[in-house]
Design a binder for this molecule. Structure first.
Ligand code: SF4
Length: 174
């Protein structure tokens, strides 16, 4: 115990020492800036995103949260996660839709003002994925609300999420 305490005093924190997400920071920043520009063109302002977990294993949530962490720091590009669907342009929906979450998803969709887009994130959101046979699952997101875009992956990476948002805002890219 004493040795651990001593080491924690002399070693620098791991979070400061770690190099962060290596994959091409410049390309990532450019991608995020493109998403912001496209959002301003389509909406005249920045993009507000409401995340809805309709029954996922939380793997997709970890990647979505990563978009907002100190390394990716999406807010610098005006991409914001909001707490209420009433303030959202995009619903990012993860997971297979469970029977318990079906009504909540429908109500969230109804509460989101037009124009709005629904993005189904992850393989489970597309068709129920590995949980599709479960008695507790209704199916994919499109079985409950209209979906504008599927971003495949288990889970999709933050970069894939950003590319998906850009494809959504720039229809010529889809
Ligand atoms: S797609 Fe993969 S990570 Fe996402 S909810 Fe399904 S099993 Fe979990």
């Amino acid at each position: 115990m004493r040795r651990t305490l001593f080491e924690s005093l002399v070693k620098s924190p791991l979070t400061e020492a770690s190099p962060g997400p290596g994959p091409d920071d410049a390309a990532l920043a450019e991608l995020a800036a493109n998403v912001e520009r496209a959002a301003r063109r389509r909406l005249g302002r920045s993009l507000s995103i409401r995340e809805v977990d309709a029954g996922s294993c939380n793997g997709c949530e970890l990647e979505i949260h990563a978009l907002n962490n100190a390394f990716y720091d999406l807010e610098r590009f005006g991409l914001r996660f909001v707490a209420s669907p009433r303030h959202a342009d995009v619903l990012l929906v993860t997971g297979p839709v469970t029977k318990n979450m079906r009504e909540a998803l429908q109500r969230t969709y109804a509460a989101t003002p037009d124009p709005k887009w629904v993005v189904a994130v992850g393989d489970c959101a597309a068709d129920g994925g590995i949980f599709s046979e479960s008695y507790a699952v209704v199916g994919g997101v499109r079985d409950v609300v209209p979906v504008d875009l599927h971003i495949r992956g288990c889970p999709p990476s933050p970069t894939q999420l950003l590319k998906g948002l850009l494809a959504l805002l720039e229809p010529r890219w889809t």
